[in-house]
Design a protein around this ligand. Structure first.
Ligand code: FAD
Length: 353
């Protein structure tokens, strides 16, 4: 099939299968589709859209078919992304499994691990969280102390993680553990385990915004089968860094905003003052330039030609754009946007964000 034929077929399929409600912007975190064992849908079309996309492997279009992917080429994946953007289709599935763990498993996982985990990630059946940071190991991540003791057929995990996004809603965790105390980076291993395992508990951290996206996560004598080690023992730092490159790429995408009509453009059209309009226009130009740069970087990443610093640049600039977007949204909302609980401010959506 030529790329033009693929585009025509994709366009027709999306037109027929993407429900109109899934072409609307995601208004809040709860509005997004996260999947998992106990999925929460604010609209029934979220499930319809997820299932239709997953059935084609299009939640992970460029993963191989045997792992639940679409088996698309880089060019086809890009066409799919463009055609989804054309109709402002929502991402069918938000998933740390897709954006972080999946690429790491594809590179470092055994065949058994790939077959066990990747298809369930692709279908949105298992929700993952990331157990990296600890109270004494954030920027200095390699200082982590959570230990995994070799007990013959299993590891015994003890310790604490912090800032674990959505740990209280996650089904499984990918976790950095210390398997050798005598060396720093070279004593870390990468483990996968079920959050329902005995000895795992979570405590949400309440933020000033009123929401609790983060948790403290505790491990008290958690038994983890040896087969759940990804990569070699004490070589987890390599897996961790590779995964972080993908996390940075994912975070940089926040700079591009979500699907659907851009509320900033709407604000500018609705006649805010000329200075703010000019600032919004400048922001939109930067945002378009960033999108073009990201496109180029992602092409290079997929082709294995990217400089390792590129995802860091993308994350940094994407984060700056995201901050600017929120500041402009606050400015465009005027004093109404400061209201924390009113209907006029959509329950304080802008200041809380
Ligand atoms: C939105 C969000 C989601 C997150 N989700 C997760 C998650 O799911 N899982 C997870 O494991 N972690 C998660 N994190 C945690 C994140 O990775 C850590 O916040 C990060 O590693 C920084 O660690 P810290 O917060 O402990 O800050 P610290 O390392 O304590 O740093 C505090 C301050 O000190 C500065 N600093 C630190 N070291 C030095 C130094 N040597 N010299 C000079 N200045 C220094 C830092 O720049 C910073 O300003 C998340 C964070 C955010 C913001």
């Amino acid at each position: 099939m030529t790329d033009d034929q693929f585009r025509a077929e994709t366009r027709a399929w999306l037109e027929a299968n993407c429900p109109p409600s899934m072409r609307e912007p995601v208004r809040s975190d709860k509005d997004a589709t996260w999947g998992g064992r106990n999925p929460v849908y604010t609209h029934p079309d979220q499930k319809v859209w997820l299932d239709r996309m997953a059935a084609r492997g299009w939640t992970v279009p460029d993963w191989p078919r045997q792992y639940g992917g679409g088996g698309l080429s880089a060019a086809e994946t890009k066409i799919l992304r463009e055609e989804m953007a054309r109709i402002t289709a929502r991402n069918p599935l938000n998933s740390f499994g897709i954006s972080m763990l999946g690429p790491a498993l594809l590179k470092y996982g055994t065949e058994e691990q790939k077959l066990e985990h990747l298809p369930r990630i692709a279908r949105g059946e298992i929700r993952w969280c990331q157990g990296y940071s600890e109270p004494g190991a954030g920027s200095d991540l390699a200082g982590l102390q959570t230990s995994a003791e070799d007990k013959g057929d299993h590891f015994l995990v003890n310790g604490q993680k912090v800032w674990t996004s959505y740990a209280d809603q996650a089904d499984w965790i990918f976790c950095l553990v210390r398997t050798d105390k005598s060396v720093k980076q070279a004593g870390i291993s990468f483990l996968l385990f079920d959050m329902a395992s005995e000895g795992v508990s979570t405590r949400p951290i309440l933020l000033i915004s009123g929401s609790s996206p983060f948790c403290e996560t505790f491990f008290d004598n958690v038994k983890v089968p040896k087969a759940n080690l990804v990569g070699e023992l004490n070589k987890g730092w390599d897996v961790a860094k590779f995964l972080l490159g993908h996390e940075r790429e994912m975070i940089s995408g926040f700079g591009l905003g979500g699907a659907g009509a851009d509320p900033l453009v709407e604000a500018a059209r609705n006649g805010v003052d000329p200075i703010l309009r000019a600032q919004i226009a400048l922001f939109e130009v930067r945002s378009k330039a960033f999108a073009a740069m990201s496109e180029k970087f992602i092409d290079e990443l997929k082709a294995g030609r990217a400089h390792p610093a590129q995802p860091s640049m993308m994350k940094y600039y994407g984060t700056e754009l995201n901050k600017a977007r929120h500041e402009l949204l606050m400015a465009a909302g005027g004093s109404d946007a400061l209201e924390w609980e009113s209907e006029r401010s959509s329950a304080g959506a802008a200041p809380r964000a």
